[in-house]
Design a protein around this ligand. Structure first.
Ligand code: HEC
Ligand code: HEC
Length: 448
């Protein structure tokens, strides 16, 4: 026994010097893994995101008030935070979101009569106001053009006006016009009994909806002083919703900043930031598992759209029932069907259900899907879904064939990982990409 120990420790000593004591092929040392990961990370342009722009405390206070204000919904019952809930890492923890008229919070939220379930899962908002993306929404419907102007989704009848602060607030301007998100149905009264004047506006007249919401905000007793403080020297009545939303943009950039994950520390040069397991997982992510073909750059997302063959669940888009054509809804190219934006991955372990429609309720299943989409589709377990959604899975052979007809070639060849490799990959996502400080900061956001 003693001898055994002696040999082992001599070997350990030798290993430190030369890695020469093992009969089996030598596993790479931690230093070697670190060096390989630094090379692979540089090749995929992985880097911590830049810090957010500074903003005045008054603008941030107004921005927080706007994010949590139910005044932005026609029926005065839904705020941005309803679906991007600070308690659920800026999601609602539902597969598919429930907008105005819904009751309950987060995963307990319920649909009520005359409402429609959203076609898509509410994404988290981390780094979405960082201006690192050229488009937002799962199908890239809201886009920034070169000149810093923005285009709304295809179905919009009116272009955006001048003066939008960034992509994030361009999305907010879109959300407030949508009946089942925030606006409500014509003829409805708001929950306080007042008529819903926003829902009464002509369907295509987004500009009038924005103007009516600006009137609501500046005439609200709590909101008005915040507006006056954030825009000193300007008459509140002269401020458009676009201008007011510049405060929302500034708040979102600060509040949903996230660039202090262990992996970010590693990228900044701290060799000890990742555990051995997360380090091995990060290397797989950036090499053999092929994740950085799409999850690359500072957001771990390539600003592009890919069809991963994610199971069809839910009601689809109103205009494409029962499907959601994804990117093709914007480009009208059949080859773009079922392609969705690559998801940024910081804090992803906390933002389930996963994928554009929340088809997967565990991180493991969402990752496993990527490794062999055809197989995952055939084996899809609909029982993981909320009972309300179970019957909305379209998994007949014809549906699967449709979905797979435009499968992205980057995921068409199955990737085989050992169980240990798979666990390492998950450890990287869970430990390496979770920013505990950012999550804590977000969880403190409350309506003022
Ligand atoms: C009814 C729930 C709901 C409400 C309320 C809501 N959102 Fe969303 N949000 C979603 C869903 C669902 C999506 C994805 C929609 C899509 O891709 O078509 C989304 C997408 C976004 C995105 C784009 C994220 C990305 O990665 O593409 C941003 C930014 C955003 N919302 C901000 C806001 C803001 C700001 C408000 C308040 C003005 C708001 N949301 C209100 C559900 C909601
Ligand atoms: C072909 C491009 C591509 C490759 C390769 C790829 N992904 Fe993805 N990934 C995406 C797209 C696109 C989405 C969003 C899918 C959707 O919304 O339906 C996504 C979503 C995800 C999600 C869910 C995020 C969320 O918030 O819902 C995780 C986790 C993820 N990818 C991890 C990985 C890992 C780990 C790998 C490597 C094994 C990988 N991805 C490889 C394109 C890719």
């Amino acid at each position: 026994m003693l001898r055994h120990f002696a040999t082992r420790s001599t070997c350990a000593l030798l290993l430190l010097l030369s890695a020469a004591c093992n009969d089996e092929p030598t596993a790479p040392s931690r230093d070697e893994l670190i060096a390989q990961l630094r090379t692979a990370a540089a090749a995929a342009a992985l880097a911590p995101p830049p810090p957010p722009a500074t903003a005045s405390p008054e603008a941030l206070a107004l921005g927080q008030a706007l994010f949590t204000s139910k005044l932005l919904s026609g029926n005065r019952d839904t705020s941005c935070a309803t679906c991007h809930d600070p308690l659920f890492a800026t999601t609602d923890a539902l597969s598919l979101s429930i907008g105005t008229g819904g009751v309950g919070r987060g995963p307990n939220r319920q649909l009520t009569p005359l409402r429609r379930l959203q076609a898509r899962n509410a994404p988290d908002l981390f780094l979405r106001a960082s201006n690192l993306q050229t488009a937002l929404l799962r199908d890239g419907g809201v886009t920034r053009l070169e000149e810093g102007t923005f285009t709304p989704p295809e179905e919009a009848e009116q272009p955006y006006r001048e003066g939008i602060a960034g992509l994030f607030s361009a999305v907010a301007l879109f959300h407030v016009t949508q009946r089942f998100d925030m606006r409500g149905n014509a003829g409805e009264n708001a929950i306080d009994g007042t008529p819903n004047e926003i829902a009464a506006i002509d369907e295509d007249d987004w500009h009038s909806m924005w103007d009516a919401l600006a009137v609501r905000l500046v005439s609200d007793a709590q909101m008005r002083p915040l507006i006056v403080a954030a825009f000193p020297g300007e008459a509140p009545e002269s401020l458009s919703l676009e201008r007011l939303f510049s405060a929302l943009e500034a708040f979102a950039a600060q509040a949903f900043d996230s660039r202090e994950t262990p992996f970010d520390s590693f990228l900044e040069g701290d060799d000890s930031a990742l555990s051995d397991q997360a380090l091995r997982g990060a290397l797989l992510f950036s090499t053999a598992a092929g994740c950085t073909s799409c999850h690359n750059g500072p957001l771990l997302a390539d600003n592009a759209f890919h069809n991963l063959g994610v199971p069809f669940i839910g009601l689809g888009q109103e205009y494409e029932e029962p499907y959601d054509f994804g990117r093709a809804s914007q480009t009208e190219r059949t080859t773009d069907r079922y392609a969705f934006a690559t998801a940024p991955l910081r804090n992803t372990a906390t933002t389930g259900p996963w994928m554009h429609n929340g088809a997967y309720t565990t991180l493991e299943a969402a990752v496993r899907h990527h490794l062999d989409p055809r197989d995952a589709l055939l084996r899809y377990d609909w029982q993981q879904l909320d009972p309300l959604l179970q019957s909305t899975w379209h998994g007949a052979p014809i549906d699967n064939a449709r979905l797979l007809s435009t499968l992205d070639p980057l995921v068409a060849t199955p990737v085989t990982l050992t169980d240990r490799d798979f666990d390492d990959l998950i450890a990287f996502l869970r430990e390496g990409l979770t920013d505990a400080d950012a999550l804590d900061r977000v969880a403190t956001i409350q309506a003022p």
